[in-house]
Structures are given as C-alpha cells and as structure tokens.
Design a protein around this ligand. Structure first.
Ligand code: SF4
Length: 298
C-alpha cells in the first residue's frame, strides 16, 4: 500500500478509512516500500523482539561495569533488592525498571541491543513491551503488533526531527522512546487508535525540554537511570489515554512544540557536555577522571 504517513492526523484518517489498526497500516506500508511481504516484515520485527529479550536476560545476569567504570551494576542492585522485597507498585513495575536498566547496561558494555529509537534510549520500549507481555501472557503476534505500533510513532516523529540528543536534546531520544512505549502499552491494554496516539502525545508533552547532558560525553550518566524513569512515564501516559484523558494540544502540534523546543535549546544542552549535569562540579571531575583513564589506557 503506497502511503505517505508523516502526521498522526494522516495516520488516523487512513486507519479510519481502511478500518484497520495502526500496525496493520504500517506493516502493509513497510511491505510495499521494501518490496516484500507482510509476513517478512513481521518476522523481521520478531527478530528485534527476540534481541530485546536476549539483552534483558543477559543484562540481568551481568554485573560487568562499563569501560569507564561509571555504570553497569545498577540492575544487579535491583535484582538483589527484589529477592526479598516487593516493589512499591508490584511486580510489573519491578520488571519494567529492571528490564530498562538491564538493557541500557548491555548497551554500555557494547553488547547487542535494539536501538529504539537510539542506543541511549534502548531500554524503554523493550522494558515496557516485554514487561507487559510477561505480565499478561501476550503471544508472539501481539508482541509484534505492539512493536510495529511503537515503531510507527517513532517513524512519524522522525519525519519532523532527527532523533538525536545533539539535535533536539534528550526529548528526541528518551522522550520519543517513551512515546513509542506509551503507544505500545496502550495498544497491549486494548486502546483504540486514537487512544494509542494520545498516549504517545501525553508522554512527550510531559518531557518537553529534556536536555542532553551526558557526563564526560558518555551515554551513561544520566542516560541509564533516565531509561527506567521514562519507561514508567510511558505507562502513566497509556493509563491516562485509556481513560480518554486526552491532550488539549493535538498530537501533531505537540510534536511541533517538541521540534521548536529542540531548536530553542542551547547547544550547551545538546550532547556537548558543556551544560547541565555534565557541567556540575562533580560532572566535570568525573569527566577529567575518565579522560585520564582513557589517556593511560587503564
Ligand atoms: S542524555 Fe543525551 S546521550 Fe543520554 S540518552 Fe539522553 S539524549 Fe542520549
């Protein structure tokens, strides 16, 4: 199906016109654009889900630190905590924060992850899809549907702005990942197409202006923990949308606001490590230690 889909309005109108779900429209578009079958598209998506699950599994087992030594053992701390304690919001919450950090720690160990949309925000979508899938026992097809929907949201946003902290701040990385995860979560929980898009809009609306200020220029501080926070944020957005609590600013305009906010953001807060957390006294100190470590090759 030859569709040009670059706004949420357009996506919704196609869904209505064809009486199809978001994932159905997108898988047909992908099959058409890449001259393949819908079955092949879905199998490719499933390979990504398997890779996400594998990163989670490996991340939960490992305590290995990153080369900088700054991060790598936080997931293990959660694993230890939950051996004899319950998370405040129960086991789904427990798994979602654990899985997001497990995946990000695999990323900083340079192991295989699925960038969704970027490596720095790779923990959010897998944590939400896999966490919910385990909780309510989704089958393979439902997992695929959820990831295609999440990908559709990212696809539309990417037609307006580059998903890079260096271009639009962390709102374009963790923010977009949270949008994608919110759409997947709402779909998994039975949302209609409008609610799915609203979930995405609510998620990014409450992350506008999120700066990219990684300490020492490494995708570690604050990135790892940020993934856990915005995986949970996605669930809040999904819950609101499922209750028909919508954004008063239409979803496409919310994305426009995100793009404009990125343009207005100081370059000091866009992955240059010259502002925000990276430029605190401790951030600079950590950065100098890392530079020394790399210079010594130790
Ligand atoms: S703070 Fe910057 S480097 Fe870290 S995840 Fe966000 S956008 Fe990526």
């Amino acid at each position: 199906m030859e569709y040009e889909i670059n706004t949420f309005d357009k996506l919704l109108s196609i869904c209505k016109e064809k009486n199809k779900k978001i994932y159905e429209i997108m898988q047909e578009k992908e099959a058409f654009d890449f001259e393949t079958s819908v079955e092949n598209v879905r199998e490719k998506v499933y390979k990504n889900i398997l890779a996400m699950k594998s990163a989670i599994k490996n991340g939960i087992k490992s305590k290995e630190k990153s080369y900088s030594g700054l991060c790598g053992d936080d997931c293990n701390k959660l694993v230890e905590r939950y051996k004899n304690k319950k998370a405040i919001f129960g086991s789904i919450f427990e798994n979602i924060i654990k899985y997001s950090i497990a995946t990000m720690e695999e990323n900083l160990r340079m192991n295989k992850i699925v960038a969704c949309p970027t490596a720095g925000s790779c923990g959010i979508v897998p944590a939400v899809i896999v966490g919910l899938s385990e909780a309510i026992d989704l089958d393979k097809e439902e997992e695929i549907n959820a990831l295609i929907t999440a990908g559709t949201i990212g696809y539309i946003v990417s037609s307006k702005v580059s998903m890079a902290g260096a271009v639009a701040g962390c709102q374009a990385e963790c923010g977009v990942a949270s949008m994608m995860a919110a759409s997947a979560a709402s779909q998994i929980m039975g949302a209609n197409e409008e609610q799915i898009i609203q979930a995405a809009a609510l998620a990014i609306k409450n992350l506008l202006g999120l700066t990219c200020d990684p300490v020492g220029g490494l995708v570690e501080i604050p990135c790892v923990k940020r993934n856990a926070f915005f995986a949970v944020h996605a669930i809040t957005a999904a819950e609101l949308a499922l209750a028909d609590i919508y954004s008063k600013i239409p979803p496409d305009e919310v994305v426009d606001a995100m793009v404009q906010t990125g343009q207005l953001m100081s370059p000091l807060l866009k992955e240059t490590s010259k502002g925000g957390l990276a430029y605190t006294k401790s951030g600079i100190c950590i950065s100098k230690e890392i530079v020394g470590k790399y210079a010594n090759g130790s």
